[in-house]
Ligand binder design. Structure first.
Ligand code: DX5
Ligand code: ZN
Length: 218
């Protein structure tokens, strides 16, 4: 049994005090910082880039998991690597030359992940699986924090888990992103998830430290 890791998404943090919010989730026992990059093209929202990453890199030792929701990812991956990303994931829907993109991430010595939107079937990543370190299953349509988890995605995680066992690729970690909160986290764990991203489910609670503690107790 792998240990489940909690990755707060700073998309729901208060950007006027981002450093304080990161120290807060660190205190709560967060394992990873999830960093959402949106370009206003692949997804209908714009967030943060390498500049902000470079600043937060200086204030935390936790691994930073950079989730790229952008087109033309290859053009930006080296800069995110240089700014301090530890993990970099790209969407299968946004990468026509996915194998090349994954190799680029690995050539920069970063952990490489592939991401699937809720409607994208698992078959879309079957041939890239041996090359990745983790798979991120979106449980909301990417673009915004605070949406509700799409339940069908839990079945997809369970099927992915079986596929990884079948293919002898159990070292690949399964990450979930979107709508995970204390009240549904048990079902997410039961489905076979290794890494849990939660934004509003942590930052929009009265006591984020206590929330992470409770999540980790499950
Ligand atoms: C959504 C982002 C998520 C988002 C999750 O497009 O990729 O990381 O921050 O936020 P919650 O946990 O509020 O659904
Ligand atoms: Zn994300």
């Amino acid at each position: 049994q792998k240990k489940i890791q909690i990755a707060p998404s700073i998309l729901s943090a208060d950007f006027s005090q981002l450093g304080d919010d990161i120290r807060l989730v660190e205190k709560g026992g967060a394992d990873i910082i999830h960093y959402d990059v949106m370009d206003g093209h692949f997804v209908p929202n714009i967030t943060i880039g390498p500049l902000v990453l470079n600043s937060i890199r200086k204030i935390t030792k936790l691994p930073i998991d950079v989730h790229l929701m952008i087109n033309h990812a290859d053009n930006y991956i080296p800069e995110f690597a240089k700014a301090g990303a530890d993990w970099i994931s790209v969407h299968v829907e946004a990468c026509p030359h996915l194998h090349r993109t994954i190799q680029l991430i690995k050539s920069l010595d970063k952990r490489a992940g592939v991401v699937l939107n809720p409607h994208t079937p698992l078959s879309a990543i079957e041939d890239i699986l041996p090359d990745v370190d983790f798979v991120l299953i979106m449980s909301v349509n990417p673009g915004f924090g605070g949406q509700s988890l799409i339940k069908a995605c839990l079945d997809k995680i369970a099927r992915l888990k079986n596929l990884l066992i079948q293919k002898n690729l159990e070292h690949i970690e399964i990450e979930i992103d979107g709508g995970v909160k204390l009240d549904n986290i048990q079902s997410v764990i039961d489905a076979g998830t290794d890494i849990i991203v939660s934004g509003s489910g942590i930052f929009n609670t009265p006591d984020p430290i206590a929330t992470i503690h409770q999540m980790k107790r499950l």
